[in-house]
Design a protein around this ligand. Sequence first.
Ligand code: NI
Length: 173
Amino acid sequence: MAKRPILILPDERLRAIAEPIDKIDDEVKQLAKDMLETMYDAPGIGLAAPQIGELRRIVVMDLAKEGETPEPIVMVNPEILKYSDETVVTEEGCLSIPELYYDVERPAEITVRYTDLDGKVTERDAGDRLAICIQHEIDHLDGVLYIDYLSRLKRDRVLKKFQKAERLSKKAS
Ligand code: NI
């Protein structure tokens, strides 16, 4: 396994549309392992492949709390089939937008279809934190970031902060 660097806003690869995965081979399994290791190390509760520069439709998550047994979830080609009308506001953060957290409103429950690492297509209903996490991670596969749901003012403030940080780090190197 290998930990991989996480791309940070405003890296353009975070805005790309990821490609479907047509076969679960050893390379995909290794990618899933790398993503889990990178996520646990960060630490975070979810990671999408574009966040490490792999423009492929795979996400990993683990919502087990500290001290609980890890519950890694890997979803290949995930697709949301159903959204509840009921919505919920949750504070979200993102490993590609470090150290910031904002409230986002999303559907409270979803039904998701995905392929697991054994190649089996699975459908599952999700609520609570898992439903929010799945929506956040699948957005990454379509180049969507949670700050896109904020007011324009807030989003622009976040973008400017990271654009400035990028300029400074380029100057320094
Ligand atoms: Ni994220």
